[in-house]
Each structure stands twice: as structure tokens, then as C-alpha cells.
Design a protein around this ligand. Structure first.
Ligand SMILES: NC(=O)c1ccc[n+]([C@@H]2O[C@H](COP(=O)([O-])OP(=O)(O)OC[C@H]3O[C@@H](n4cnc5c(N)ncnc54)[C@H](OP(=O)(O)O)[C@@H]3O)[C@@H](O)[C@H]2O)c1
Length: 320
């Protein structure tokens, strides 16, 4: 391990410096090269939650690399506004606005049916949409809202997009998790958070943990179609989501928070770097990261399989 690598790992374990803009600033001098200019020319990428924060910054970065970008949001007006802003910055880019509520499984099915008919192939999908709710809420399908938004919707959407992804020579799927997942174990017995007092931050971190735990299984599942899957966390970025959901955290940490662009960096890098990084891993700041720091969060393969079986059944898939 060289000195840069040791400093990087210390930053990660110390959390505050690593997740903040300090970590980004220190690491960016040492990390592997930027994707080549126009690395995504001729490719099509889709980003959910692209009207705001990190998702909008990801769409911006993908467009700068030459990709056709499908910007997905649950609100037409908001996504048209974001698309128009990016189009002004990238007059030559092909930016498309699309509407889907990723937490609503029927809407995911409708969206893929309509989108699948329009796209000959799809090279990158970035499941960025996320939320930290104030109170427990259920979707129309009866699923807890963070589970539906962070796990069920993204997995169903990817499953339905497999034929379109498989038409790409190098399809990549990225799940946007959070460093908050380090604090939570896999909710094996209660994935829908029905037991105990509900805390939005706990629900958020548990479902971000599920994303990390399922990534190796999804990598195996999607490997026969040539699809690579990555999970990542963006550090702490100053975004509209943080303003609304974590006002006290933002007040205390504001000078240290990353920009949305810095939070978006690893997603853009995973989408565009060559060769494709190894599938099934967890990433932050362009490096593979441990899935656990606290012993009580470790799960067994059987635990992962149980949570996968639950999710597969919830979205109507065979679990093998
Ligand atoms: N900012 C951070 O420090 C941080 C740290 C760790 C992880 N993350 C993750 O990074 C991602 C982006 O977060 P952000 O900070 O940029 O937050 P943000 O500004 O609130 O953006 C979240 C985006 O997700 C969209 N969204 C939420 N639920 C949706 C649904 N059901 N269907 C479609 N879109 C939906 C939001 O749309 P609306 O505008 O309609 O609400 C918004 O566009 C999230 O997954 C978040 O958990 C962020």
C-alpha cells in the first residue's frame, strides 16, 4: 500500500474528512484518470432524480462526455426546467426529459414500456432518486417508501430494461447508496420497517444498506446479459435534499459539504471510465470501499438471500 492509499483509507475511516469536500480535494490529486473527452459519445445514459442535486449534476457530467441523457423525474415541470438549464450549457447535447415515479411499480412498468419502445439500446442507468421521509409512508403497492424508492423500483426498472441494456456492448448500472448505510445492519426480518418506532433516517440508511448487500447478487444475476452493476456513496453534498431533510446537519457542516458536482463525480466516472471497473462492488471517490466498518452490521449470505427473496417476490420476479 502506498502513502496515497494509506491517507485515502484513513480519510474514509475518519468519516468527516473523507466524506466532506476535504476528502474530495485531497483524493482528486491522486485518483485514476478522468474519462477521456467525449468518452460517452454515441452512448445513451439514463439518470433518475435528475431534476435536482446530485442527479442533475450527473446528467450534466454525462452530457459533457457526449452522452444522450434521459433525465428522469416524477415531475414533468421540474424535469423540463432542469433539462432546459442543461441544454443551455450543452447546446449540442441530446437531453431528453422523462417522467417516472420510481417508487410506484406500476409507473415503472409503464415507463419502461414507453421508453423501451423509443430506445434502441441503453448503455448506462444511474438509480440516483432518493428520499429521507419525515414519517412512515407506503406506496400505492403497499411498500414502505424508502424501500420502494431505493430498492424495489430500481431493481424492477433494471430487470425490465435488460433487453435494452443487453443491446449495448458495455452496459453499466449504478445504485446511489449513502455512507449512512454503514450505521445499519441489513433489515432481514423487517424490510418494510413495520416493527418499532419509525425514524426516517433509519429507514433511509437501512434501505441504502439493502442496495449495498444486494449488489453482488444483482451482479451475478445480470452477468449473463453482460451488465455490470456498481453501488456507490457520494459523500456529503449540499443539495436541495439535504436542505429539506437534514437542516441541522447542513447548518453544522455547511462549510465542509461537497458541491453536487463533487458528489456526482464517482457516478460519472463509473459510467464512463475504461475499462469497465469490476462488477458487484461498492465505491466512493473512484475507489472500491469496504461494505462494513461496524461488526454488528455484518450479514451472512443467507441473510442476503432472504432479503433478495423478499424483494424479488415484492416486484414479481422469480428469485433465482
Ligand atoms: N446529498 C448528500 O449528501 C447525499 C449523501 C448520501 C447519499 N445521497 C444520495 O444521493 C441521491 C441524490 O440525493 P440529493 O442529495 O441530490 O437529493 P435531492 O436534491 O433531494 O435529489 C433527489 C432526487 O430524487 C428524486 N426522487 C425522489 N423520490 C423519487 C421518486 N419516487 N421518483 C422519482 N424521483 C424521485 C427527487 O425528486 P423531487 O424533486 O420530485 O423530490 C430529486 O430529483 C439520493 O439517492 C441520496 O440518497 C446524497
Amino acid at each position: 500500500m502506498n502513502l496515497g492509499s494509506i491517507v485515502d483509507s484513513v480519510l474514509d475511516r475518519a468519516v468527516v474528512p473523507g466524506y466532506s469536500r476535504l476528502g474530495y480535494r485531497i483524493r482528486e490529486h491522486a485518483w485514476s484518470g478522468d474519462p477521456a473527452p467525449q468518452a460517452l459519445r454515441g452512448k445513451t445514459a439514463m439518470v433518475t432524480g435528475a431534476n435536482s442535486g446530485i442527479g442533475k449534476a450527473i446528467a450534466d457530467g454525462l452530457a459533457a462526455l457526449g452522452a444522450t441523457v434521459v433525465m428522469v423525474s416524477r415531475n414533468l415541470e421540474r424535469i423540463e426546467g432542469a433539462r432546459a438549464e442543461l441544454a443551455a450549457e450543452h447546446p449540442d447535447a441530446d437531453l431528453r426529459a422523462a417522467v417516472c415515479d420510481v417508487a410506484d411499480l406500476s409507473d415503472v412498468r409503464r415507463f419502461v414500456t414507453e421508453l423501451g419502445a423509443r430506445l434502441p439500446s441503453l448503455d448506462v442507468v444511474i438509480h440516483n432518486a432518493g428520499l429521507l421521509p419525515e414519517a412512515r409512508a407506503e406506496t400505492a403497492d403497499g411498500h414502505e417508501i424508502t424501500l420502494a424508492t431505493h430498492v424495489l423500483g430500481p431493481v424492477l426498472m433494471t430487470e425490465l430494461l435488460i433487453p435494452t441494456l443487453a443491446a449495448s456492448p458495455d452496459p453499466r448500472v449504478i445504485l446511489m447508496s449513502s455512507g449512512g448505510m454503514y450505521t445499519q445492519a441489513l433489515p432481514v426480518d423487517d424490510p418494510e420497517y413495520r416493527v418499532g418506532p419509525y425514524r426516517g433516517a433509519t429507514a433511509y440508511a437501512r434501505t441504502k444498506r439493502i442496495q449495498v448487500a444486494l449488489t453482488p447478487l444483482l451482479a451475478e444475476r445480470w452477468k449473463p446479459d453482460g451488465i455490470s452493476v456498481y453501488c456507490m456513496h457520494p459523500g456529503w453534498s449540499d443539495t436541495p435534499g439535504v436542505v429539506t431533510s437534514l437542516p441541522t446537519f447542513r447548518k453544522l457542516t455547511k462549510p465542509l459539504l461537497r458541491t453536487a458536482e463533487q458528489g456526482a463525480d464517482t457516478a460519472i466516472w463509473l459510467a464512463a471510465t475504461q475499462p469497465a471497473p469490476p462488477t458487484g462492488q461498492f465505491w466512493h471517490d473512484r475507489r472500491q470501499r469496504p461494505e462494513h466498518y461496524l461488526p454488528f452490521t455484518r450479514e451472512s449470505n443467507a441473510d442476503r438471500a432472504r432479503v433478495w427473496a423478499y424483494c424479488a417476490q415484492a416486484i414479481g420476479l422469480p428469485d433465482s
